[in-house]
Unconditional design. Structure first.
Length: 146
């Protein structure tokens, strides 16, 4: 597998050491400085987002994460947001696989678990479990509560 540095337009072997070595190169550090350097503010100061804007952004991120979890693959997040930023110039949110996984683990998963426990807590139910292995030897497990 290979990764790509979008700042340097370089293809990198998908290993942690390769990414670390690339991050230490002069080409990458110059590209980072050029991309993220901001012009100095002469009069006044740059206003950051208010607490209300931050809360709205968090709610929007959770809604997007929930939509992706229910209707798509987590792997589709990175290309989706790259397309949005390139085509539309949307910088409202920045979400990658790691952030989405963390949202699922800390917020969406517990909410689904609580809802499931509430629905089946006092009633009889059956649990159907199925496991499978696809052609690439990836193992899958499916659970159904009925």
């Amino acid at each position: 597998m290979k990764g790509k540095c979008v700042l340097c337009d370089v293809t990198i072997r998908a290993h942690a050491n390769s990414f670390k070595r690339h991050a230490e190169t002069r080409k990458h550090s110059d590209a980072v400085k050029a991309k993220f350097s901001t012009p100095p503010v002469i009069h006044g100061r740059v206003r950051g987002p208010t607490s209300r804007e931050r809360e709205e952004r968090k709610i929007f991120e959770i809604k997007i994460a929930l939509y992706i979890v229910l209707n798509s693959s987590i792997r589709a997040v990175d290309p989706l947001f790259e397309i949005l930023q390139d085509c539309v110039g949307v910088n409202l949110i920045c979400m990658h696989c790691t952030k989405l996984k963390q949202l699922v683990k800390t917020m969406i998963g517990p909410a689904f678990r609580d809802q499931l426990l509430k629905e089946v807590s006092d009633s009889f139910f059956s649990l159907i479990v199925d496991e499978s292995t696809d052609i690439s030897t990836t193992q899958f497990v499916g659970f159904v509560v009925r």
